[in-house]
Design a binder for this molecule. Structure first.
Ligand SMILES: Nc1ccn([C@@H]2O[C@H](COP(=O)(O)OP(=O)(O)OP(=O)(O)O)[C@@H](O)[C@H]2O)c(=O)n1
Length: 393
């Protein structure tokens, strides 16, 4: 067992965490999982998970006594959420799996840290940090794997995947996030068991897929998933040209300093038929907003034209997306606000045009010229209006 310590002082300086530790006793508690892994990598920590020797009822009682809000988020699998000032902390009683079917596990409480570590997915996710000394317990070589940037299943990869099929997608997501050394056993196991992804809840699949596509550079990983027949199980609509568009888009985003965006990237990978995008969105149970956006972006625009006119017509966000998808610069939109068209129908009526379709025609004509000329100011609008009014006005 290799030893190291969590370096970031933040872990011991946070009063809300200290209160939690005091309530449960340091010896009963270890920080574990992504928070430990990401701290060791010098990355920002999102959610904090803790493992504890105490049973959930005892955890609830002690936290309540200490005045900490508790939510029994997953009592059947031993999880209680402590709501402290810095955010929620999931406190889970040590467990070992007794039966698994790949979609859910039956667990029993365990009384030693190593059993709890053994049922986790990857070595780098099974590092336990003592909450006071911040010393790391590493039962499966996770620290070495972290150093080598290797995402390695604990023990037999196929067995780990059979316990939870979602681990296939977790493997690729972690690989894309910080893997550099490929693990042959893991790669083969994920490819061989890929068909099991069909049995998973679509929301869980979607969350992992979008999580992968939101990373800085998912392309090499998506390429491997495609080549090894994993991507076709969850996204049969994506073909070779979709991968090429994804690569182009990520390069364009990087060149223009645009943040990664999973929906935009998914749209790039899909064929340009709104129907297909809608089917994918429905299958992945995406929200209505995501569904609409995916369909709009997948339809793309071959030549989006002038960036500001596009933003005026489609809104700022859609314009940026469409420009990036078309490898066009978004620079013209920086520090620029979409102006309001300064002419109202009433003014046209006031000039003697009878209310009705003729007013709309004049409005549209002036607006089109205003856009062509790059949003000139009001005095130019008056001139354009004079030119577009019917001769007898
Ligand atoms: N299918 C899973 C999901 C989770 N875990 C374990 O539970 C921990 C917490 O899971 P989760 O919060 O989903 O992921 P993180 O590792 O924290 O990573 P991230 O939040 O970055 O996805 C993981 O580190 C891992 O030890 C697991 O073994 N198998």
């Amino acid at each position: 067992m290799t030893k190291a310590t969590l370096s970031q002082a933040e872990w011991t300086q946070r009063a809300d965490l200290a209160q939690l530790v005091a309530a449960l006793d340091a010896d009963n508690l270890r920080w574990v999982g992504g928070a430990v892994r990401d701290t060791l990598l010098g990355l920002a920590v999102k959610d904090i998970d803790a493992a504890t020797l105490l049973h959930p009822e005892e955890v609830m009682t002690r936290l309540k006594e200490a005045g900490i809000k508790v939510v029994p988020t997953g009592l059947d699998h031993g999880t209680v959420t402590a709501v402290v000032d810095g955010g929620p902390v999931e406190v889970t009683t040590l467990r070992k799996d007794v039966a698994t079917d790949g979609r859910r596990a039956t667990v029993a409480f365990a009384d030693n840290w190593q059993d709890d570590a053994a049922r986790r997915d990857f070595t780098i996710n099974a590092l336990y940090a003592h909450p006071v000394t911040l010393e790391i317990s590493d039962y499966f070589g996770g620290l070495d794997d972290l150093d080598a940037r290797r995402v390695r299943f604990i023990g037999d990869a196929r067995e780990r995947i059979r316990e939870d099929h979602l681990r296939i997608l977790r493997y690729y997501r972690f690989q894309a996030r910080f893997g550099s050394v490929l693990d042959d056993e893991g790669e083969d196991a994920c490819a061989a068991l890929a068909p099991t992804l069909k049995g998973l809840s679509r929301e869980r699949v979607a969350m992992e897929l979008l999580g992968l596509l939101d990373l800085a550079d998912p392309v090499p990983t998506v390429r491997r998933m495609f080549d090894r027949g994993v991507l076709p199980v969850i996204l049969p609509e994506v073909e070779e040209d979709g991968l090429a568009r994804l690569l182009t888009l990520t390069r364009t985003e990087a060149a223009q300093g645009a943040a990664p965006d999973a929906i935009r990237r998914l749209a790039a990978m899909l064929p340009a038929e709104p129907k297909t995008a809608e089917q994918v969105a429905a299958r992945l149970r995406l929200s209505n907003a995501h569904k609409k956006r995916l369909a709009r972006l997948a339809a793309r625009a071959r030549r989006p034209g002038d960036a500001r006119v596009l933003a005026y017509r489609e809104g700022m966000d859609v314009a940026r997306d469409l420009l990036l998808l078309a490898e066009q610069s978004t620079a013209a939109l920086d520090r620029w606000e979409i102006p309001q068209f300064p002419l109202k129908g009433g003014e046209i009526v006031a000039r003697g045009v009878g209310a009705g379709p003729e007013v709309a025609r004049v409005l549209r004509a002036v607006e089109n010229r205003w856009l062509e000329e790059g949003f000139p100011d009001r005095s130019r609008i008056d001139q354009l209006l004079r030119e577009e009014l019917p001769a007898d006005n």
